[in-house]
Design a protein around this ligand. Structure first.
Ligand SMILES: [Zn+2]
Length: 303
């Protein structure tokens, strides 16, 4: 393993926003989130290329815990659905999309705090703009923040629009929380509308999920959400839930049970960067083992 560190120039982002008349957010796929917001249309902004460095900024609140947001180089620019871990390594990453929201995000934060769990929040830029205090609280509580675009559009877009969607969001997350994120989750999980390509070009890790709560489906009751998440979960799973984009009271209701069911199965909770780091470490241990030696039952090298 090299000690090579990512040293990228962090360029200033200048974003000039021009807001035009309001339109409703297109809901091409009703099962996927964001079903309540009437959003303003944002024409392509002029912007400069920006950072995607993965450090917590010194401008973050002094009292805030250090949040590990850097990810191993092997994952930069990659699309990831889950971590590939030893089956004994029972960890999962809870992720919450589409916030920060005015009510449900705070409720989720309270539950996570009570259980001493750190999670990963994929935030929508315009929501951060609307609810900066809640975004700050997410960071202050020690959770990881990822980029989920400014408008949560699904449609195909050109490079300039995709860049604007991602850079404006990176910019407001940074200005609001002091976090420079390297994690990107495409709205609706759409990988071919231009957003993921742009994010890859900026070395974001494209973070999909392996375990779906289906909490955006209106017919699903909290008990069903619990079942959806728990059934078939595997070590290294990334669980998709929502704290914004609609009324997520069912998610809030289901969350304590989801957590206790995971705990009962021996699972621990990690953030996405921690999850990726675990995979990276397991792989480097495997590489470090002498090839001529027979596989040992334990993965710890004896010399
Ligand atoms: Zn979303």
């Amino acid at each position: 393993m090299s000690n090579e560190k990512l040293l990228q120039t962090i360029k200033l982002v200048s974003v000039i926003g021009i807001t035009a008349g309001g339109i409703s957010l297109g809901l091409l796929i009703p099962k996927i989130g964001f079903d309540h917001l009437s959003l303003s249309k944002q024409p392509i902004d002029r912007h400069s290329k920006a950072h995607n460095q993965a450090v917590t900024s010194a401008s973050a609140q002094a009292a805030a815990p250090v949040i590990k947001t850097e990810i191993p180089k092997q994952f930069q620019g990659q699309t990831i659905y889950q971590a590939k871990l030893n089956p004994n390594n029972k960890v999962v990453a809870l992720t919450f999309d589409d916030g920060p929201g005015p009510k449900n995000t705070a409720q989720v934060l309270e539950i996570l705090k009570k259980n001493n769990i750190k999670a990963t929040f994929f935030m929508v830029g315009m929501m951060v703009k609307n609810f900066p205090q809640i975004a700050k609280q997410v960071a202050a509580d020690g959770h990881v923040i990822g980029n989920h675009t400014w408008h949560h559009w699904y449609r195909r877009m050109d490079v300039a629009t995709a860049a604007s969607e991602i850079e404006r969001t990176a910019d407001i997350i940074y200005k609001t929380t002091g976090v420079k994120t390297t994690l990107f989750r495409p709205p609706g999980g759409f990988l071919h509308n231009g957003l993921a390509d742009y994010a890859k070009s900026q070395k974001y890790a494209i973070m999909m999920w392996s375990d779906e709560s289906s909490d955006t489906q209106r017919r699903e009751q909290p008990s069903a959400l619990v079942k959806n998440v728990i059934k078939g979960v595997k070590p290294g799973a990334i669980v998709l839930m929502h704290d914004g984009g609609g009324n997520r009271s069912r998610t809030v209701q289901a969350l304590p049970q989801i957590i206790s069911d995971f705990k009962a199965q021996g699972y621990k909770f990690v953030t996405i960067p921690e999850l990726l780091e675990m995979q990276s470490q397991e792989q480097s241990l495997a590489v470090a083992s002498p090839v001529t030696t027979k596989a040992k039952p334990e993965n710890q090298p004896s010399h």
